[in-house]
Ligand binder design. Structure first.
Ligand code: TMP
Length: 239
């Protein structure tokens, strides 16, 4: 596989074209942002950990029959992925109320709803990724009613699969952000982007210790060590 030109240069990730029109290379950087870019830091080695954790989680979904863009890890910071057309929606599936939802509802983090809660956001930096509903997504032409139903179903199944994987690793999956794209080859709606402690909340099952990006958001230190712990535990759980 030959790496070609840079086609997307994000703050935390880059995407490169390849000699195959339907495949791209995802590169995970060490730069980390929070609060829409207001907070920024460099954590040496974090990009490589995100790459490997994401590969494990996306790989687990592929094995369980949930199609994702992930094909294979190429090196420390890069993975080969299927090229997709982005659907600018974020499905946030929550097993416990935490983060922005706890703030919005004025409650302490930790409430466990009977069924997972799913929030829908419009992925639009200029608008600060606003919360939207199905009617808005359809009116904007982002997806049809049937496609939305399909994505809700896949997002929920993704949560179920990853929750079980994390549990095997002694980690409680608190929430997970799922994004989708249309496969450039098949047109199928598949899971895109990363799945890592940047895009999921993960707490140690026994101690409740946060092992995810909240360590950076809340200045809790040991960000890289926590991500390494997540990788080690998931690697053992999958073996
Ligand atoms: P929230 O509590 O800020 O709404 O985030 C819920 C989960 O989704 C959390 O694990 C972080 C993840 N997330 C992203 O990865 N990117 C985003 O743009 C947002 C808003 C959340």
């Amino acid at each position: 596989m030959e790496k070609r030109e840079l086609i997307f240069d994000g703050n935390e990730k880059q995407v490169f074209a390849t000699d195959d029109n339907h495949k791209v290379i995802f590169r995970y950087k060490d730069v980390t942002l929070a609060y829409g870019g207001v907070k920024r830091a460099l954590f040496i080695g974090k990009g490589a950990l995100d790459n490997k954790i994401s590969a494990l989680m996306l790989g687990e979904l592929n094995r369980k029959g949930v199609e994702t863009h992930f094909i294979e890890v190429i090196n420390d910071n890069e993975q080969l992925c299927r090229k997709i057309q982005i659907i600018p929606l974020e499905f946030i599936v929550r097993n416990r109320i935490a983060g922005s939802l706890a703030e919005r509802l004025g409650v302490k983090e930790g409430i466990r709803p009977e069924e997972p809660i799913v929030d829908l956001r419009y992925n639009n930096d200029e608008l600060d990724d606003p919360l939207i509903n199905d009617h808005h997504a359809i009116a904007l032409g982002l997806a049809t009613k049937e496609e939305l139903k399909h994505m809700y179903s896949i997002a929920t199944r993704t949560n179920t699969i990853l929750k079980a994987l994390c549990h095997k690793a002694g980690i409680e999956l608190i929430d997970v952000k799922v994004e989708f794209g249309r496969d450039s080859l098949t047109g199928n709606i598949i899971i895109s982007d990363e799945l890592s402690p940047d895009t999921c909340r993960m707490w140690d099952e026994k101690t409740g210790e946060k092992l995810d990006k909240d360590r950076f958001r809340h200045d809790l230190s040991d960000v890289v060590a926590s991500y390494r712990e997540v990788l080690d535990r998931l690697t053992k759980a999958i073996a």
